[in-house]
Design a binder for this molecule. Sequence first.
Ligand code: SAH
Ligand code: SF4
Length: 404
Amino acid sequence: MTLVLDTTPSSPALPTVAPALPTLAGLDRAALAAALETIGVAPKQTRMRVNQLWSWMYVRGVTSFGAMSDVSKELRAKLEGSFSLDRPEIVSEQVSVDGTRKWLLRLPRLGHEARAPEVEAVYIPEAERGTLCISSQVGCTLNCSFCHTGTQRLVRNLEPHEIVGQILLARDRLGDWPGGFSQSHAAGTIPPGDGRLLPSSERKITNIVLMGMGEPLYNFDNVRRAMEVASDGEGLSVSRRRITLSTSGVVPEIPRWGAEAGTMLAISLHATNDALRDKLVPINKKYPIAELLAACRDYPGLSNARRITFEYVMLKGVNDSAADARALVRRLAGIPAKINLIPFNPWPGTDYECSEWGQIERFAEIVNNAGYASPVRTPRGRDILAACGQLRSESVKLRASERT
Ligand code: SAH
Ligand code: SF4
């Protein structure tokens, strides 16, 4: 059973309606300082004002300037006249029988865009943690043959604040701020929390994975800036060890990501020989497996406690034999690695099938016997097409003939 909460406005906005004010929600310190300068905040005061906004927006999660009690009335009025604290607009929210939630989000149009782009974000609650899976691009330039997102052309890169906006929106909807739901929904009428961070043991979102739509390393700078905001210890405060970037294998950017962002890394491997990986993950033609694994070996900070996750989608009759499992173990020798076996999640129109459970178990056993923890990722939210690789906003549908 799926609960669908459709929040689409019943009538389209009239052309005379003033465009929404630009949002400050999700901006980093430099962008906030620049915004404050445009409304006449003196350069001497900017730092202090940025710190105030930072705490209200990222520790307490307020959605109105009116709630910012330590900001002068005059400045609050100026902020209200020029900016908003809007999150991405929710087009729909779906809740799976297993508690997984998926949001289809609409982003404001950029100048040249004919229509507002849409992305998806997914929250996956588990006993020990809660993981938010966020998108980095609208669509994807790559076209991995088993991935639904790959059938959608790239519309654009997300801006840093649009990436952070997904986290803010999810926290709003889950009541994951100090004081619970009151901050976000009462628009400042209920005094927000006391300004202390929500302790991690009480958080609903404990981990963030860049595993939604898009290839995050093709939107490197924006994703890096967004993760700086997400991991800031005086704000959203999600530690870099609890953030995982998943890449299809953009090899030249891997060392740079390690040096500049230093989050955990996941690699979408899916095959152990180039002939097959070329078909499944076509970027492999440019950056073959040996180069990809060399970049992984050199990733900074690796240890037994900090391993690279190798994702391996289980495709029936394609990459799931015992020989494939043994080859996988051989190729990863010497890399501190976890192997994540992902049962293939079907989507309308795909020719692939998920491996039989017995086959997945045999595969996992070979990998486990070689000393790797290899949890089989339980598919979550399949009933709402929220599982890995099923994300694809409906805004841009391609006819089969348009797919390359
Ligand atoms: N573009 C990045 C991150 C997004 S995809 C990447 O490719 O790594 C997140 C993960 O889901 C990747 O490992 C991807 O290969 C996997 N995936 C894609 N389609 C899938 C499907 N239909 N079933 C299971 N996993 C899938
Ligand atoms: Fe893009 Fe990742 Fe899907 Fe490949 S698996 S098409 S890189 S989103």
